[in-house]
Design a protein around this ligand. Structure first.
Ligand SMILES: [Zn+2]
Length: 299
């Protein structure tokens, strides 16, 4: 365990002992109506199925697990939910792994939710013998050979993606090739964003409303973001924060990464939002770079 993860573990233990995380959650619930939370997940292996169910059970007691359409109501009808109601919670899954199809989606459905699955079309089209090398070179360059389980690198097929869409889940784009979107030419941007959306529509027969960029919070620039706006209504960042529809716009949404393998203390701490201030400077930099005006400034 390195210094940073030791410090994080200590913080989580202290917050749990002091019940600060429960208090933070209760305050979050007071702000229902205009508030929502988006969680980002990667692999959902069968070995962690019961752990994920426990997390969903706990989350459903503090939030209203919803769908992308349900989440959009934060902007369409914010007054529809009364203050004091539970904040909306939307689950998103990155990269399009088969374990999301076999384990993640059915579990979420059993709680009445539907997810957003951010798919990489070129990964979904990989033949079985090519998927692992695509995963190592494009999806997770930090992956160490020998460490990967098949759940990490086996993609969903185009047919499975079509079935998820038919069951009411949203299929979002995660670029055509799992590309960083900084400093790219207009042609490459059009391929990575436009072609990806067209390919997904051909598999789902539905418009692709959602997009999530890859890698870190800063792996996007203003040119890429403009192209994203042309194709997608919702743009999800890998930058943590709660969403307040009075301040945030669907074109730049925050997500907290809460993996199914996280311990009970760890995920409760992350749901509580106590780590969000640590991401504040990044949210401000992204807003500035992408020139997203606060909705309040438009009134
Ligand atoms: Zn990814």
């Amino acid at each position: 365990m390195n210094y940073r993860s030791q410090a994080r573990a200590l913080l989580i233990r202290t917050a749990t002992l002091a019940r600060v995380d429960e208090l933070a959650l209760r305050m979050q619930n007071l702000k229902g109506g205009t508030h929502g939370l988006v969680v980002g997940v990667h692999e959902t292996p069968a070995s962690l199925q019961s752990q994920f169910r426990e997390q969903l059970e706990w989350a459903s007691q503090h939030f209203t697990i919803t769908t992308l359409e349900g989440f959009a109501e934060l902007w369409a009808r914010p007054q529809a939910s009364q203050a004091g109601s539970r904040p909306l919670l939307l689950f998103t899954f990155d990269d399009g792994r088969e374990s999301n199809y076999t384990v993640g989606a059915p579990l979420l459905e059993s709680f009445g939710g539907r997810g957003v699955f951010f798919v990489v079309p070129s990964f979904a089209e990989c033949a079985a013998d090519h998927a692992l090398s695509f995963y190592r070179s494009r999806i997770n360059p930090n992956s160490r050979p020998g460490d990967e389980q098949w759940e990490d690198w086996k993609p969903m097929s185009p047919a499975q993606i079509g079935q998820l869409a038919a069951r009411g889940h949203a299929i979002g784009s995660h670029t055509l090739m799992h590309q960083r979107l900084v400093g790219l030419s207009p042609d490459v941007l059009e391929r990575e964003i436009g072609d990806s959306a067209r390919q997904l529509t051909s598999w789902t027969k539905k418009p692709v409303d959602a997009f999530a960029w890859t890698f870190g919070w800063d792996a996007v620039d203003a040119n890429a973001w403009k192209v994203i706006q042309r194709y997608h209504r919702f743009c999800f960042s890998p930058c943590a924060g709660a969403i307040d529809s009075r301040l945030d716009s669907p074109s730049l949404l925050w997500r907290r990464e809460i993996e199914v393998r996280f311990s009970t203390a760890e995920y409760r701490f992350l749901y509580s939002g106590l780590m969000d201030p640590w991401w504040g400077a990044r949210r401000r930099r992204l807003r500035k770079m992408l020139r997203v005006s606060d909705n309040t400034n438009l009134e």
